[in-house]
Design a protein around this ligand. Structure first.
Ligand code: DGL
Length: 266
C-alpha cells in the first residue's frame, strides 16, 4: 500500500486532503502541520528554504512516506526545488490556480489572493506571464486570513470585518473581477465566508482537484514501489511541531481521517 504525507504550516493542507480523499479514498495519508513556525506567509524565502528540506526529510523517513504533497503555496513557490533536491521520493507542490482562472474569466480581470509571501514571489509573476498574459491580474496578500482559518477549525466564528476587508480590493473594479484564485491552502476553508462577503458574481478557484489528479498520476499510474514499513501500518496519523493537541484539534484531524494528532515539540 502506498502512503503519502500531506504537509502545511497548519490546517491549510486539510483543504487539499479533502480533494485527495474524494478522488482516492483508499490511499493512506499522514499529515504534518508546522504550527511552531506558522505563518509561513510572512517568513523570508531563506528561512523557508533552510527549514523545509530537513524537516520534510525527517518526517518522511519517520513515517515511511512514498511521496509528499507540499500542500502550501507559500512553501511550494519558495522552497520546492530545495525540498526535491533533499529527498528521493516524489514531492508534489501546489501551484496557484492562475491558469484555470484566466481561462474561465469572461471579463479578462482576475484576482489572486495568497499570503504576502506568495503574491510577491517571482514564481507567481512567471505563472501570470505564462498563463494569464491576456488578463489583468490583481494580487492581494493576507496573513490575517490564515489565522482566521485556523480559528474556524477550532470552532470560532470567522470575523466578518476581516472577510469584508479582504475582498474589498477585488470589488467594484473596472473591468470587474469575475474569478479569484485562492492561492493559499488555508483559504478554501473560508470559502463560504469569503463568498458571503464578495457576492455571487465571483468564482473562487483553488488547486485542490488538480493536486488530487497529480497524486493519482504519481501513485496509481506510476505504481510507486511501497516502502517496507508502510505495508504494516494501518493508521493514518497527524503531527504538529507545536503543542496544541487539544481535544477540539484532535477532532478536526479525525474528521479528515487522521486517527491521532501527535506533538513533536519539545
Ligand atoms: N497554507 C499556506 C499556503 O498555502 C501557508 C499559510 C501560512 O502559514 O502563512 O500558503
Amino acid at each position: 500500500m502506498v502512503r503519502g504525507l500531506i504537509f502545511d504550516s497548519g490546517v491549510g493542507g486539510l483543504s487539499v486532503t479533502q480533494d485527495i480523499r474524494a478522488r482516492l479514498p483508499e490511499l493512506k495519508l499522514d499529515y504534518a502541520a508546522d504550527d511552531a513556525f506558522r505563518p509561513y506567509g510572512n517568513k523570508s524565502a531563506a528561512a523557508l528554504q533552510a527549514r523545509l528540506p530537513g524537516l520534510l526529510w525527517s518526517l518522511s523517513h519517520m513515517l515511511g512516506s512514498d511521496f509528499i504533497v507540499l500542500a502550501c503555496n507559500t512553501a511550494s513557490t519558495t522552497a520546492l526545488p530545495a525540498v526535491r533536491a533533499a529527498l528521493d521520493i516524489p514531492v508534489i507542490g501546489v501551484v496557484p490556480a492562475v491558469k484555470p482562472a484566466a481561462k474561465g474569466s469572461q471579463t479578462g480581470h482576475i484576482g489572486v489572493l495568497g499570503t504576502p509571501g506568495t503574491v510577491k514571489r517571482a514564481y507567481v509573476d512567471q505563472l501570470i506571464q505564462d498563463h494569464a498574459a491576456g488578463c489583468r491580474v490583481s494580487l492581494e496578500g493576507s496573513v490575517a486570513l490564515v489565522a482566521q482559518a485556523e480559528a474556524k477549525l477550532k470552532g470560532q466564528t470567522p470575523d466578518r470585518n476581516i472577510m469584508a476587508a479582504t475582498v474589498k480590493p477585488f470589488l467594484n473594479q473596472s473591468p470587474p473581477i469575475d474569478h479569484i484564485v485562492l492561492a493559499c491552502t488555508h483559504f478554501p476553508l473560508l470559502k463560504d465566508e469569503l463568498s458571503a462577503a464578495a457576492g455571487n458574481a465571483v468564482h473562487w478557484v483553488d488547486s485542490g482537484e488538480a493536486i488530487a489528479r497529480r497524486v493519482e498520476a504519481v501513485t496509481v499510474d506510476k505504481a510507486l514501489p511501497p516502502q517496507e514499513m508502510t505495508r504494516e501500518r494501518a493508521d493514518q496519523l497527524a503531527f504538529t511541531t507545536g503543542t496544541d493537541i487539544s481535544a477540539m484539534r484532535q477532532d478536526v484531524f479525525k474528521t479528515y481521517g487522521f486517527s491521532k494528532l501527535i506533538s513533536l515539540a519539545g
